[in-house]
Every structure is written in structure tokens, then in C-alpha cells.
Design a binder for this molecule. Structure first.
Ligand code: FAD
Length: 439
């Protein structure tokens, strides 16, 4: 069985290793000069590889059953076991799993070493521009020549973070082979807020809970370090609500972003607490009495929000005014007016519709022998290692399924091709492709 894998990212390398371990001859075609560029920047270079909690709600898709069927075949425990066999000792930070070394590059290194050990051939600087199937075989056109194989795994990633080489060309390849692409948009990215109050806080970070509201209902909510920016809000809570917020915003709904700056204190407890601060230091001005609770810029914004900026002395504040202030602390809100683009996003929502795949093999129901893996498909995970887990799970399933199928009948009558897994052939390997893992 000869298998072509397009893309040497997390999912493509996993698919290549899985297929090669199952006995296939595997050739990976990668358009960049080096493989795994995005993998190397994950988790700020520390690589949040997976998560000990794998609730399905952490992975957004139109086909949750499909995702479940794939995760069951290669779970987070399998991923940890797989990498630990390759030498990656993991550490657990509140469920978020990292390599103990704190180096994403080592996760890439062990994958590449294992691929090499299994005989996988990797050709870098080899962009695939066109794929077709003829007489039961797949052909992948590159600037040099067309590679041929019995099966093909598309693992081209998404459009997120183009600085790592992501160009979304996989969507075009999938589409040209008859697959529906569900609308693609950036996710795990910063959210724009119309109100100046948010933007005046640019540069400030504080702990809180961010909720995205629409039509009077909470769409999503997440707690952690909020980062106020020149355009609105970022940080992990913003990323965690971004899928729902962006989806609603794109559907032209009004989306309200509300930051609870005191999530562990209910409003009922907050009001008497604020009163007690006044009683302890009655000599303070309104401007000063929140000092010590929040950053001074945030204190000023909260007083503005409650309409009590400039009021002095603080003892003058009425119960109603204190209630308003507590309300602003519990719900410092602004209207979403946009979101950061692909260049600032960690992932993409949408992609190849899982409904057009055979359960639960990652094989196309439209073109037998064609498989998909990773972010190219309609799955986007929350922060916490979910996107990489999808890359590992879908890559593993695609690779093993592809290796396990019988080659289609038919003759490879195409000329000017290069067989998957074949030797260097007519061009010098190092000179033409940069990386040849094994001969
Ligand atoms: C800054 C940042 C931080 C992140 N941190 C985390 C994290 O900590 N944890 C987590 O779970 N997820 C994280 N992610 C998301 C995660 O990196 C991706 O979901 C994951 O890498 C996707 O893997 P993939 O194999 O599908 O795609 P990629 O890793 O993008 O690999 C696709 C490969 O295909 C190649 N390619 C594309 N088109 C072609 C073509 N036509 N021909 C040949 N080759 C092609 C690309 O060059 C690329 O090498 C982060 C993302 C970013 C941007």
C-alpha cells in the first residue's frame, strides 16, 4: 500500500507514522522548507499537547458524533502513551498536558525521528497544487512532478496563522475533489469592542470571567486572565468564547461581551463589601477607594461606568450608586464589533464537512481512498490542547484506515509520475526537496 500524505504538520506526521507502522509505504509532501512550523509555536512554544478532560463540548463541529467516534479510537490517554513511548515525558498543569521539557520543538523532533525510523519519506518545499484520481490511483501535482499513491491523506491545516505557512490551499484541494467546505472563519482570536471604555484599558490584564451574550442569553463564558487591548479584549477567556461570539456576530446578531471582574464574589456580597471599604477609610475620594482592588485605570473606568467619577467625598455615595458600581464590576460590558483576522487566530472554524466522510475512518464518502486529518476538517477545539488532540486522533485514524484498505483495482497509466515511497529518482533529493527522512 502506497500512501501520499499532503502536509507535514501535527496531523500529517501522525497519519504518516500510523500508516507506516501499519505497513504502508508513506510519502509526505510539505510545501514549506521545514515541517511542523505551526506545531513549534503551539502553547507559546511549550506545546499544550492535549488535555486530561476530553468532553465533547470542547470541540466545536457540526458532527459531534463523528468527532466522538474518532476520539474513541485514539484518545488523550493514547496520545500521552504514544508520545511517552517516543520519549516525551509529560506534565499536567490543571489538566492541560505539556511536554516536561516545555519545548514544542521536541514534540516535532520525536515525530520526525519516528517517521524516519518507520521509513516515511518527507519531501519539503513540495507544494501540492492539484490532486486527482485516475484508474484507482491518486496523483498529487507539485512543481516538480506528480506523485502517485494508492491512497491519499489531506492534512493541509487551515488558514490560521499564515506566518507559519498556513495558506488554506487544502480547502481548494478538498473542494476540487467534490467536498463541501463549511464556512471558514478565524477562532481563538481577540474580539473587537465598540465602546471606548474597553479600549482605554489597553495593556491591562486582570482576572475575570468573560461572557458573550446575545438575545438575552449567555452563548459562552470562560474565566481566566483578561487582556484589554487597543481593539477590545483578548486572552484565554476571549479565545474560549470566540467560537460562539464570532458565529453569532457573523449571523448579524448583536453580541454583548461582559466581563465579571469579581467572579468569586456574588453581587449581593460585593455591595456590603464596598460599603465596608468606605467605612474603614471615609476620608478617601471616590477615585481612590477602589485602589488595591483593581488597576488604577480600571478603577477610573468602573467609576465612569457607574456614573460616579469625580464624586467626593466617598461617604456621599448612596446605596443605589454603590449598587451601580457593584453592577459595573460584575458586568463591565461592551458590544462586539469585529474580531481579529486569521493572522492573529490560533485556529479556524469550519472546513471539510465531516458528513461527507465515512464513519469513523476519516475516509471520504465521495472519493474512496481519500482521507482527511486535522484542522482542515470542520473541527475547532477550545484552548487547552484540544486542537492538537484532534490532529493526533484524526491523523492516527486516517493513517491506520488508509494503510488498512485494499488498493483500488486499476492501472497507474499516468506518465511523468513518481511512486509514493519510491527512491529519489531522477532529481537529487537534498537539492530538490530539502528533507529526505529515509531512503
Ligand atoms: C500560535 C498558535 C498556538 C497554538 N497553540 C496550541 C496549543 O498549545 N495546543 C493546541 O492543541 N493547539 C494549538 N494551536 C492549534 C494547533 O497548532 C493546530 O490546530 C494544529 O497544529 C493543526 O494541525 P494540522 O496538522 O491540521 O495543521 P498544520 O499544523 O497547520 O499542518 C499543515 C501542514 O500542511 C502544509 N500544507 C498546507 N497546504 C499544503 C499544500 N498544498 N501542499 C503541501 N503542504 C501543504 C502546511 O505547510 C503545514 O505544514 C495553536 C495554533 C497557533 C497558531
Amino acid at each position: 500500500m502506497e500512501i501520499l500524505v499532503v502536509g507535514a504538520g501535527a496531523s500529517g506526521l501522525m497519519a504518516a507514522v500510523a500508516a507506516a507502522r501499519a505497513g504502508a509505504k508513506v510519502t509526505v509532501l510539505e510545501k514549506e522548507r521545514t515541517p511542523g512550523r505551526k506545531l513549534c509555536v503551539t502553547g507559546n512554544g511549550k506545546c499544550n499537547m492535549t488535555n486530561s478532560y476530553m468532553g465533547l463540548e470542547m470541540l466545536k463541529t457540526h458532527c459531534p458524533d463523528y468527532v466522538r467516534g474518532v476520539l474513541e479510537q485514539f484518545s488523550q490517554t493514547d496520545a500521552i502513551g504514544f508520545f511517552s513511548q517516543l520519549g516525551i515525558y509529560t506534565k499536567n498543569r490543571d489538566g492541560w498536558i505539556y511536554p516536561n521539557s516545555g519545548q514544542a520543538s521536541q514534540v516535532l523532533a520525536v515525530l520526525l525521528a519516528e517517521a524516519s525510523h518507520c521509513g516515511v519519506r518527507l519531501h519539503c518545499q513540495t507544494p501540492v497544487t492539484h490532486i486527482w484520481k485516475e484508474d484507482g490511483r491518486f496523483y498529487a501535482q507539485t512543481p516538480g512532478w506528480a506523485y502517485a499513491g494508492d491512497a491519499c491523506v489531506l492534512a493541509c491545516g487551515s488558514k490560521a496563522a499564515p506566518q507559519t505557512g498556513a495558506d488554506g490551499s487544502g480547502y481548494g484541494l478538498a473542494q476540487s475533489l467534490g467536498h463541501r467546505i463549511l464556512p471558514v472563519a478565524p477562532v481563538l482570536t481577540g474580539l473587537h469592542v465598540r465602546e471606548k471604555g474597553f479600549r482605554r484599558l489597553a495593556g491591562i490584564r486582570c482576572d475575570g470571567r468573560l461572557s458573550a451574550w446575545s438575545d438575552g442569553e449567555i452563548l459562552a463564558s470562560a474565566q481566566g486572565e483578561l487582556q484589554f487591548t487597543s481593539y477590545g479584549i483578548s486572552g484565554i477567556p476571549a479565545f474560549q468564547v470566540s467560537h460562539e461570539a464570532i458565529t453569532a456576530f457573523q449571523a448579524e446578531k448583536e453580541v454583548l461581551l461582559s466581563a465579571d471582574l469579581s467572579p468569586d464574589y456574588p453581587q449581593k456580597a460585593l455591595e456590603p463589601y464596598l460599603r465596608s471599604r468606605i467605612e474603614r477609610c471615609p476620608y478617601k475620594r471616590a477615585e481612590d477607594f477602589l485602589a488595591g482592588l483593581f488597576h488604577e485605570k480600571l478603577c477610573r473606568e468602573l467609576l465612569l461606568c457607574a456614573g460616579i467619577a469625580g464624586r467626593t467625598p466617598v461617604t456621599d455615595l448612596s446605596q443605589e450608586e454603590l449598587g451601580r458600581l457593584a453592577g459595573c464590576i460584575k458586568g463591565f460590558s461592551g458590544h462586539m464589533c469585529g474580531f481579529q483576522d486569521f493572522g492573529h487566530a490560533q485556529a479556524c472554524m469550519g472546513g471539510v464537512d465531516l458528513e461527507s466522510l465515512i464513519p469513523y475512518t476519516m475516509e471520504s464518502a465521495v472519493v474512496p481512498g481519500l482521507y482527511f486529518a486535522g484542522e482542515l476538517t470542520d473541527v475547532d477545539g477550545a484552548c487547552g490542547g484540544y486542537n492538537l488532540q484532534w490532529a493526533w486522533s484524526s491523523g492516527y485514524v486516517a493513517g491506520t484506515s488508509a494503510a488498512g484498505r485494499s488498493p483500488d483495482k486499476g492501472s497507474a497509466a499516468y506518465t511523468g509520475t513518481k511512486e509514493a515511497g519510491a527512491g529519489a529518482g531522477e532529481k537529487g533529493e537534498e537539492e530538490s526537496h530539502g528533507h529526505a527522512l529515509s531512503d
